[in-house]
Design a protein around this ligand. Structure first.
Ligand code: PAF
Length: 286
């Protein structure tokens, strides 16, 4: 696996692969990899003949009160994991390579896609994500890029940005990967104390309660959200940040589950904020 530090090296890798008749799949990450990331890599390998993974903890998507400086990092371990998965090249630039002095351009996806859910709590976050992803697309010119459904709002924002800017990249979204007890895998899970870790599974329980209730015929959002809130309140260490049901594509709040809808949750366990989600289908299928 080649390690690339410069934008020009990532561009050259991609261009030479494509000149040789290969296709390129991009897997952008912020490192501290877990099985969820590796599932993206495996999907990327199915979708293209060459895989370019990236590790870059993007300062633009962290707010001033957020965890940029303590975001977990372990480059050697990440490199070994990616190598074992058969990744062809790893692009791991320094901040100054991605944002040379004077850089002042932001990609802003406007409207309900970024106004609600995490966008309402993390001002500027999705502009930071859209900017870095647009840059990664521009410099690596991938055929396909793979993201995780766990960050459902991020995936919707990137899909919209790609369409709006006519970027010739196919966006593939991989299912959420969970621990044995149902907790969605996240690099932030390492921050949880043992008690917080065992209670964090309440997020999955709340999602399942809502899925089951929809399966039994309930479609009213306020009723479903009340069930979710009650379930989360049963875990004393959980502090709900938000629970919302929105249209799965536009992320506009839904009064009823009458089209595929996203039930998205965020909750704090101590100072660690976790997110999770599920798709609710109007026919009640999970
Ligand atoms: O999902 C992430 O890890 C990040 O938001 C991404 C897409 C790599 C952009 O920094």
């Amino acid at each position: 696996m080649r390690i690339l530090r410069l934008a020009e090296e990532a561009r050259a890798f991609s261009r030479s692969a494509r000149a040789g008749g290969e296709t390129v799949a991009l897997v952008p990450t912020m490192g501290y990899l877990h099985e969820g990331h590796l599932s993206l890599v495996r999907l990327a390998r199915q979708r293209a003949s060459r895989v370019l993974a990236t590790i870059f903890v993007n300062p633009l998507q962290f707010g001033p009160q957020e965890d940029l400086s303590r975001y977990p990092r372990d480059f050697e371990r990440d490199r070994d994991l990616l190598e074992r998965e058969g990744v062809d090249a790893l692009f791991a630039p320094e901040v100054a390579e991605m944002y040379p002095s004077g850089a002042c351009t932001r990609v802003l996806v406007d409207g309900p896609l970024t106004e609600g859910l995490c966008g309402a709590r993390r001002p500027g976050h999705f502009a930071g994500v859209a900017t870095v992803v647009a840059k990664l697309f521009a410099l690596s010119e991938p055929d396909v890029a793979v993201f995780g459904q766990k960050d459902a709002q991020q995936a919707a924002v990137i899909r919209r940005m790609t369409r709006d800017l006519n970027l010739p990249v196919e966006i593939v979204v991989a299912p959420i990967v969970r621990e044995a007890d149902g907790l969605a895998m996240s690099s932030r899970n390492v921050y949880l104390s043992p008690d917080e870790r065992s209670q964090a599974v309440v997020l999955r329980r709340a999602l399942i309660s809502a899925e089951t209730t929809v399966g039994a015929g309930e479609r009213r959002t306020p009723v479903l959200l009340e069930i979710v809130r009650r379930e989360i309140a049963s875990a004393p260490l959980a502090r709900l940040d938000y629970a919302e049901i929105v249209d799965a594509e536009t992320l506009v709040p839904a009064e009823r589950v009458s089209s595929p809808s996203l039930l998205a949750l965020a909750a704090y366990f101590g100072s660690t904020r976790l997110i999770d989600n599920t798709l609710l289908q109007p026919d009640g299928e999970v």
